[in-house]
Design a protein around this ligand. Sequence first.
Ligand code: ADP
Ligand code: MG
Length: 298
Amino acid sequence: MGSRFDVTVVANNAEEGDEYIDLAVNEISRIEKLISSWDPNSQTSEINRNAGLRPVKVDQELFDLIQRAIGISKLSDGAFDISYASMDKIWKFDGSMTEMPKAEDIENSVSKVGYQNIILDQDSSSVFLKLEGMKIGFGAIGKGYAADKAKSLLIQKGVVAGIINASGDMNTWGFQPDGKEWKVAITNPLDKNKAFALMPVTNAAVVTSGNYEKYVTFNGKQYSHIIDPRTGYPTTGIISVTVFAPKAELADALATSIFVMGIEVGLNRVNQLPKIECIIIDDKGAIHTSNNIEIDKI
Ligand code: ADP
Ligand code: MG
């Protein structure tokens, strides 16, 4: 999935543990084959190739994932949008940009973006991207989805406890062999070698979207590599968002959404959602948290 997965399981012996880990790895690979927009043989690539042409029949699993992604687009007023993938790459964050792109070019860059143009038909289990040149991608939700699926497969196989770590996005269940809760360290985006909090995560996911390195500065303002799919402008003001949720999929998607929604709207939205909490760090290093969170500072 272009990202590293680490799987931890509690088992009776190493052999049993290895078997469980193999199951998880196979499940993650299976999902990657379905949702990768890089693999030309995936159903996702087939949807993209047929944009503006015809609906494509897909597995129920992919259909459902797209339907949930559209749900998150609605929840976030379009801040989250899997059709971000067709955006023209006019912003570069490798130090090569010397001036702001032109307003007109920025506006044009998002002309193919819009979840309203992803047409689902439940009866035929098909997906149609209405505009030619449209594309979908699961960069902000796929890792979480794969982690949830691997976790539920292992639970189904009787694994009592474990952690799926998808490049720092943590998804846990059960308890450590000594009966203690799993604890996840939240790193300080201003100093990646230092954790600023240790949070218990019991049968839940914690996902961080970070922005520490990739940004460009114009007129003293930092523009991040996460771009608002509605406007084509990079987001400003936030350097890291951590979301706690029962499922990694929602946590993953919300972390990206909050970046785009901004501190006030993001917190507001999270405070209305049951069992979801977040920690936002702004570009001055200040910490903003949702209503029901208590940070154990270390
Ligand atoms: P990471 O996993 O790299 O820490 P995120 O979970 O925030 O970061 O996902 C960022 C990725 O999500 C981008 O690389 C891109 O593939 C995709 N993406 C970017 N903006 C959006 C958006 N507004 N809606 C949905 N997906 C997005
Ligand atoms: Mg994300």
